[in-house]
Design a protein around this ligand. Structure first.
Ligand code: SF4
Length: 464
């Protein structure tokens, strides 16, 4: 076998693993080509967080079968790990990886790929048991034979096609928020050791990535064997802050950004780390989901609205105009007008720099899918529109305070349209300039005015 093609759907964790699979296949000697060029192997790294994500994954499998009828199709990622009847009847050329722990061996067997050389860097830092800290199986998983093991792919050397590289440091969830299927697809709560993370971050930096996005299924549980804080000694976890302290010291690593956290993960110790290192970006993504305590309880979230507000105040007190972004679900079963108004009020008080708004849809295999008092589609749509409008307004107000000041922008594109993200993650579109600029360059920019999805900026000459 000489050629392959890979398509990854879903979250940052899945995107990261897609890159690992790509690197592994290249190490096996295969060449990555387009689907229409009829590769011999097609890998579909699926997502099943919603029914739509599952449907997209299935559509891609069918597309691969149509465009490359002779290819062997390997379906991995989250969808085949759960037994919810969403992956049937695909025929004999489709190979499902139901246990993540088998993926590397299966790819090696199917491609006749050689094992990684024992003295190579990848082998040295392969996440074997010595490099995994804290792993256990959620007691809620009944059928242990159905379990998907943890994925033992080698660490990444570069994140192809992206300026920002994602780096997974934690995997697994036993939180069982009632709307979420992830604890069934990734039940093993485990983390990479600091040594592995530092070596990987170093390799990504050496490959030219100026920004690393530290990611995980439940980042705040880094180094713990459960995501439920009641299971932690003292209910405190400084492991993430300790790791960031080390990462931030990597010479020439320009930017570290954290992906999603919960409010209780943001401890004074973590904020000290943010203040201490200028290369940790002043951006925190805290998933709110709802501003109503009744709904938060039904969702089984680990915080209430007062705790969320207090944490926002603390962050604003300790950091300089931080970007606080969030996720919100509208139309969760039982959400009254009053519950929704509480979400709106909290969003206004927090002054979110960006809200990701999701309309609730029941996910088969979760507790919320069986809940009564569902919200009718019209009400869901109205609430979603209202929140999207609020998002536009809050984001504009947040950005406005930076007009006239300078920011550093990491250029994401060099094909005529110049844009990139600044420290606080909002998009900056650059005015045409005589100075030529390249993708992945960090540019000093003067921020001039607001536009629909960000700010307009002007490159500041180097001498300034
Ligand atoms: S904490 Fe809740 S929302 Fe997050 S992955 Fe776990 S179950 Fe899903």
């Amino acid at each position: 076998m000489k050629t392959f093609s890979i398509n990854t759907l879903g979250c940052k964790v899945n995107q990261y693993e897609g890159q690992q699979i790509q690197e592994l296949l290249e190490q096996f000697g295969l060449h990555n080509i387009g689907l229409s060029e009829k590769p011999e192997l097609v890998v579909v790294n699926t997502c099943c967080v919603t029914h739509t994500a599952s449907a997209k994954s299935r559509r891609y499998i069918r597309k691969a079968q149509k465009l490359s009828p002779d290819a062997l199709i390997v379906v991995c990622g989250c969808l085949p790990t759960v037994n919810i009847g969403e992956l049937n009847d695909f025929g004999t050329n489709v190979h499902l990886i139901r246990n993540r722990g088998c993926l590397v061996a299966e790819l090696s067997r199917l491609t006749n790929g050689k094992a990684i050389a024992p003295n190579s860097r990848s082998h040295q830092f392969c996440p074997d048991l010595n490099n995994i800290i804290k792993t256990k199986i959620s007691p809620k998983i009944k059928d242990k034979n159905e379990l998907s093991d943890y994925l033992n792919l080698p660490p990444l050397n570069s994140f192809k096609g992206r300026t920002r590289a994602f780096l997974k440091i934690q995997d697994g969830c036993d939180g069982y928020c009632t709307y979420c299927i992830v604890p069934k697809t990734r039940p093993f709560v485990h983390s990479k050791s600091a040594d592995v993370v530092i070596h990987e971050a170093q390799a990504l930096m050496e490959a030219g990535h100026k920004e690393i996005v530290v990611t995980g299924v439940f980042l705040g549980a880094y180094g713990q064997d459960s995501v439920r804080r009641k299971n932690w000694p003292n209910r405190q976890n400084n492991n993430l802050a300790d790791l960031l302290d080390k990462m931030a010291e990597i010479p020439n690593l320009a930017r570290i950004r954290l992906s999603s956290l919960e409010p209780a993960d943001v401890t004074p110790r973590l904020l000290d780390t943010f203040s201490k290192h200028r290369n940790i970006m002043p951006h925190l993504h805290l998933s709110l989901q709802s501003g109503s305590n009744v709904i938060l309880k039904k969702m089984c979230r680990q915080y209430n609205s007062d705790e969320f507000r207090e944490k926002i105040e603390l962050i604003k007190d300790r950091l300089d105009r931080p970007a606080i972004t969030t996720d919100i679900i509208v139309g969760f079963p039982g959400e009254t007008d009053s519950d929704f108004e509480q979400t709106v009020a909290l969003a206004k008080d927090a002054g979110f720099a960006k809200m990701h708004i999701f309309t609730f849809s029941p996910r088969k295999g979760t507790a919320a899918a069986k809940m009564q008092n569902t919200i009718d589609n019209r009400a869901k749509k109205e609430r979603s529109i209202l929140l999207h409008n609020l998002n536009t307004e809050l984001a504009r107000i947040y950005r406005q305070q930076f007009i006239g000041q300078t920011a550093k922008v990491l250029l994401e594109n060099d094909n005529g349209q110049l844009y990139g993200r600044c420290e606080r993650y909002f998009m900056v579109h650059l005015q045409k300039n005589t100075r030529s600029s390249e993708k992945n360059e960090l540019l000093k920019v003067r921020l001039i005015k607001n536009c629909t999805d960000g700010l307009i900026g002007q490159i500041v000459p180097v001498a300034d």
